[in-house]
Design a protein around this ligand. Structure first.
Ligand SMILES: C[S@@+](CC[C@H](N)C(=O)[O-])C[C@H]1O[C@@H](n2cnc3c(N)ncnc32)[C@H](O)[C@@H]1O
Length: 386
């Protein structure tokens, strides 16, 4: 099997697989591992940083389209595919004599048709359930894989209202893991938007699997095992005793969306969701936060204008306010502009870099937030204005 993730998240994916008892090999963009049908379902249920889990059905040397059709026709498609579900054929080729992706799709379509006795249906826009089949050529070796799910795993199903610039759920999950968030830690996101970070954190704290709201995997295949999926869900033992997770945003619409998303995710009672600018966030007042915790957040990125970022005062405010949390707190900030993140004056190190919404983003983490000795009167104008 191959679990795919966003480039940069591989170490987190590997650690998640390890906690499922799987010994996996890291490869760029994911990890490979071996296992049975139940492990495939467990991976789809529990991996928070994966986007896909694929089953590698076949791998063979191939240097011509005729050879591809012949070898693909020898494969037992009927053991894997459901003839009533449309096929979503994806082809890619690198450094190979077979390179025409349209012709690759056509030849595999013919081969599957031979196994079914009629050409398989092809997926079209709007089909809810499809069987995504990937045919990939690298150095004249063809690998055929079937996705365990029709939609990517990061689409958890709780975020129907994304508001402005929502964070992908897998990235929010990785940011929480990178922060070192542990059972017993409080967590704060003062720029919560639609709530992706606190919702992912609440699920981690309560031992709720990321895939709990999704349709069962493999429903597009001939190997659909809904009973096993139901059993795995029934085996989940949620942790009820969780330290507080607080989040806020200055946008009232975002706060409403966060609450609705948290309710759908089944974690609303774990979150303290409030409508505040960062400067009025109750935990960011001296001595108000729990003793131990992590600040995990994705503040507005902004863009440089003539080398200057108009958000500079906001980032200085973030750093100043964070220092009021106390010495038991660490921070993880997702930044597009690393120099801007450093203007928080927190001692930050890059934990991982990946891409989000077409931009390169870096998770910056701090070991411990140093408490401030600055008097309140030194607050910046921006801070006073919120
Ligand atoms: C990049 S978005 C966060 C997205 C969020 N992680 C999600 O998944 O939806 C930044 C958020 O910061 C909020 N924001 C901007 N300035 C703020 C301030 N001074 N105080 C509090 N929130 C602020 C915006 O309303 C926006 O929701």
């Amino acid at each position: 099997m191959f679990a795919a993730c966003q480039p940069g998240l591989e170490p987190f994916l590997l650690a998640e697989l390890e906690s499922l008892g799987v010994s996996a090999d890291e490869v760029p963009g994911g990890a490979t591992f071996a296992g049975d049908a139940e492990l495939l379902l467990r991976a789809c249920l529990w991996l928070g940083t994966a986007t896909h889990v694929r089953i590698r059905l076949a791998r063979f040397r191939c240097r011509a389209l005729g050879e591809l059709e012949r070898k693909a026709s020898e494969f037992c498609w009927e053991e894997w595919l459901n003839p009533r579900v449309p096929l979503a054929l994806n082809a890619a080729a690198k450094r190979s004599r077979v390179y025409h992706t349209g012709a690759i799709r056509e030849r595999v379509h013919n081969a599957v048709g031979r196994a079914f006795g009629r050409p398989p249906l092809l997926a079209k826009d709007g089909d809810e359930v499809t069987a995504p089949l990937h045919i990939r050529f690298v150095d004249d070796t063809c690998t055929v894989s079937l996705d365990a799910t029709s939609t990517p795993l990061h689409r958890r199903g709780y975020r129907l209202d994304g508001r402005k610039a929502p964070l992908r759920e897998d990235l929010a999950h990785a940011l929480v893991l990178a922060s070192g968030f542990e059972p017993g830690d409080a967590l704060l996101d003062p720029f919560c938007g639609s709530g992706t970070i606190p919702i992912e954190a609440a699920a981690i704290a309560r031992c709720l699997p990321p895939g709990r709201l999704r349709a069962p995997p493999m429903q597009h295949s001939a190997r659909f095992e809904p009973e096993t999926w139901q059993r795995l869900l029934a085996e989940v033992e949620p942790n009820g005793d969780v330290p507080p997770i607080a989040c806020s945003d200055r946008d009232e619409g975002a706060v409403k969306a966060c609450l609705a998303n948290a309710e759908r995710a089944g974690v609303a009672e774990t979150l303290q969701i409030e409508h505040h600018p960062v400067t009025a966030q109750p935990w960011l007042q001296s001595g108000a936060a729990p003793a131990r915790g992590v600040l995990v957040t994705n503040p507005p990125y902004g863009m440089r204008v003539k080398g200057k970022n108009p958000l500079l005062p906001l980032y200085q405010t973030i750093g100043h306010r964070m220092k009021k949390l106390g010495p038991g707190w660490r921070a993880a900030i997702l930044a597009h502009d690393v120099r801007l993140a450093r203007r928080t004056s927190l001692s930050l190190e890059a934990a991982f870099t990946t891409r989000h919404g077409g931009l390169s983003v870096t998770a910056m983490t701090s070991a411990a937030v140093q408490p401030t000795t600055e008097p309140a009167s030194r607050a910046t104008k921006d801070e006073r204005d919120g």
